[in-house]
Design a protein around this ligand. Structure first.
Ligand SMILES: [Zn+2]
Ligand SMILES: [Zn+2]
Length: 666
């Protein structure tokens, strides 16, 4: 969209450049003489990002005492606008300035007399708009939809006018969805390129297209968050004020355990709870317990590093840069093995925050998990209002103390939640994607906390924990208190060879037969979609030898139209053996199952996905000793690391006395 750029003289005489997405609202604001007057404006509206940059340039020049005469100011505004066009890659654009005449002012005063009621309605709407957009970060259309729902009596242009008025009064902030590229050397954003304000992506994720909205031929659009509506250089981003919440420091000293947590779950939940309170107590400087005790010199080095970071962060703040870079101590990892029962562990945290009047968000990558979690949380917290958010959900514009959302939806919030819980932070679609971290940090209130949940945290995060830059508690044992099954190795030729030979070796068929005989269902993971059907064919040929019927064997993959029904059949035991790819590495839990990973040496299987796939076995208390096999011609680093992680967790569980003793009853 386009915006008008104008100079506004405040009552104290200071002059600043502003941009307006609704000129009429600004004119009316002037008519009411709320806080100053318009001096002059650029005759033509400009693409929003360029308008914003023009204002920044003008205001930067006047920062240290503005002694410019009115004519010099008009000239400076023109030059700022021309530099902003230039920085956006549009050379030689010239702009014209129009000054406000006294005659017009009188005309406006007459208008005001005639439209007193209309103005009051708009004024009240602006106030409501500011309140309803708190904690949000929305594109123009989204904000309009939200306002239309909250203020159904507004007509046509009125929501935008209310928004503009609300911005003039400081209740919301209007900005270009993509932070413009800084012009010249003025100001702190020198040499900084375009940056998406919604998802944090830089210029490398932008594409330039012809834009009907601003008329430019190269208006940048962010590809990284395009699934959630287009964030453009000329698109308006509406940023609400911070949501009111609670003070985490004021939480009671201990949480109430109404959920019968196991000792391992309880100990980890307590560590996370201590972290919440500590974050609240010392917002700017908090020491978090590292996972491993640090040696003294290392500790000092970490402290020094932390101090340096804080200094840098405060520099970034004073220079007016908005930084969502995560403060190291604001996030905490609950590193819980697959099947540890992590949902129960977050209940006490949610309970404490919600009871204190705070707001909490649970973000998870998959929509089906959102839909599964919502009723469980409703049962646990029957008196708490929920907003359940995913693509196309009804609750899209609902504000509720407890929000359960797909990770994408995080981008629609800013400074909104006291507690942000991010489930499976390493899973698709945000595997190692900085967008998730940016969005999770942005959604959190300034004094809030983030708790990350994962069975397989990414290497970068593990490193930060080792350095004491993020807190961590491990849950090394499953809820049923039996150790994790350790993968065994099957020496097999590469899958392509097996497919060529049209026969599966005994080395593979024998252990599968054992699984079938013991009544287990079998996951067979293959690295690529192209392997699924051939392997299904080979297994079906071997079905009589395995002792099952051919129709009890099936295969599925991401683009399989029958995927949902096949998974359903597998859950209902209609299928005994399911061949699949990493799409089923999480989420599908079968009580009695064994896992065969074929082609385990392939690079599609990193240590995290090997651990996740192995984690499908032995989930149930009735069958805690599932069997896991890595089938490959040789061992890779990923396979070794996966086994090492699993063994380390089992050792830790044993050392801490979490494992069930022989003969001990459930
Ligand atoms: Zn983006
Ligand atoms: Zn545009």
């Amino acid at each position: 969209m386009k915006a008008m750029v104008y100079l506004w003289q405040k009552k104290n005489g200071e002059v600043e450049a502003r941009f307006s997405v609704d000129w009429e609202a600004c004119e009316r604001m002037e008519i009411t003489r709320e806080d100053g007057r318009t001096v002059c404006w650029l005759r033509e509206p400009m693409p929003l990002g360029i308008a914003e940059e023009s204002c920044r340039l003008f205001n930067f020049a006047g920062k240290r005492g503005d002694s410019r005469t009115p004519d010099q100011r008009a000239m400076s505004l023109r030059q700022s606008a021309e530099s902003a066009w230039d920085a956006a890659g549009e050379k030689g654009v010239s702009v014209l300035v129009t000054s406000r005449s006294e005659g017009e002012r009188e005309k406006n005063a007459e208008w005001r007399k005639a439209n007193e009621t209309e103005w009051e309605v708009l004024s009240a709407a602006a106030e409501q708009a500011g309140a309803c957009l708190q904690g949000r970060s929305l594109l123009r259309e989204e904000a309009m939809a939200m306002l239309a729902k909250a203020l159904p009596t507004l007509r046509e242009r009125e929501p935008l006018q209310a928004l503009q008025l609300s911005a003039l009064r400081g209740a919301v902030r209007l900005a270009a969805a993509i932070a413009p590229r800084a012009a010249g050397s003025a100001g702190s954003r020198r040499r900084q390129g375009l940056r998406c304000r919604r998802c944090g992506s830089g210029e490398e994720r932008m594409r330039r297209t012809r834009c009907a909205s601003c008329g430019r031929s190269g208006c940048a659009v962010c590809e990284a968050c395009a699934a959630l509506g287009r964030s453009r250089e000329c698109e308006l981003l509406v940023l609400g004020a911070e949501q009111p919440g609670t003070a985490l420091a004021a939480l009671p000293p201990a949480f109430e355990d109404r959920w019968g947590l196991s000792p391992a779950q309880r100990s980890a939940a307590e560590a996370a709870y201590r972290f919440l309170r500590a974050v609240g107590e010392a917002p700017a400087s908090i020491a978090v317990e590292p996972c491993q005790p640090l040696a003294c010199s290392q500790h000092l080095a970490t402290q020094a590093l932390r101090l340096l970071r804080r200094m840098l962060a405060s520099l970034a703040l004073t220079s007016g840069r908005s930084s969502h870079a995560d403060h190291p101590a604001r996030s905490f990892l609950l590193w819980a093995v697959t099947g540890a029962g992590k949902t129960e562990m977050i209940f006490p945290l949610l309970d404490a925050v919600l009871r204190a009047g705070g707001r909490a968000l649970i973000a998870t990558p998959r929509r089906d998990v959102v839909l599964e979690l919502a009723p469980r949380l409703l049962k646990a917290f029957p008196d708490v209002r929920q907003a359940v958010l995913y693509g196309g959900s009804e609750d899209r514009w609902t504000n509720a103390p407890l929000t359960i959302a797909t990770t994408h939806q995080l981008m629609r919030f800013q400074h909104s939640f006291d507690l942000v819980l991010v489930d499976e932070l390493d899973a698709f679609p945000y595997h190692n994607d900085p967008v998730l971290h940016y969005a999770a940090d942005k959604a959190r209130r300034r004094h809030g906390a983030t708790v990350l949940l994962s069975a397989t945290p990414p290497a970068k995060l593990r490193q930060r924990i080792r350095r004491g830059q993020a807190g961590c508690a491990r849950v090394p044992v499953r809820y049923h208190r039996h150790p994790l099954p350790v993968p065994q190795r099957l020496s097999l030729p590469p899958l392509s060879k097996l497919v060529q030979r049209r026969e599966l070796p005994r080395a593979l068929l024998a252990p599968i037969t054992v699984s079938v005989r013991r009544g287990a269902q079998v996951f067979v993971f293959v690295p690529y979609i192209k392997h699924v059907l051939p392997v299904v064919g080979l297994l079906r040929r071997a079905a009589p030898a395995l002792g099952i019927r051919t129709e009890e064997i099936a295969g599925t993959y991401s683009s399989d139209p029958e995927r949902a029904s096949k998974v359903q059949d597998f859950r209902q035991k209609k299928l005994r053996l399911l061949v699949t790819t990493t799409i089923l590495e999480r989420g599908v839990t079968i009580p009695k199952s064994d896992v065969f990973i074929l082609g385990a040496h392939q690079s599609t299987f990193d240590d995290a996905s090997l651990v996740q796939m192995a984690g499908r076995a032995g989930r149930s208390a009735d069958d805690p000793f599932g069997r896991v096999y890595f089938g490959s011609p040789y061992l890779t680093l990923s396979q070794r690391q996966a086994c090492r992680q699993i063994r380390a967790m089992n050792r830790m569980a044993r050392r801490r006395g979490y494992l069930r003793q022989e003969g001990e009853r459930a």
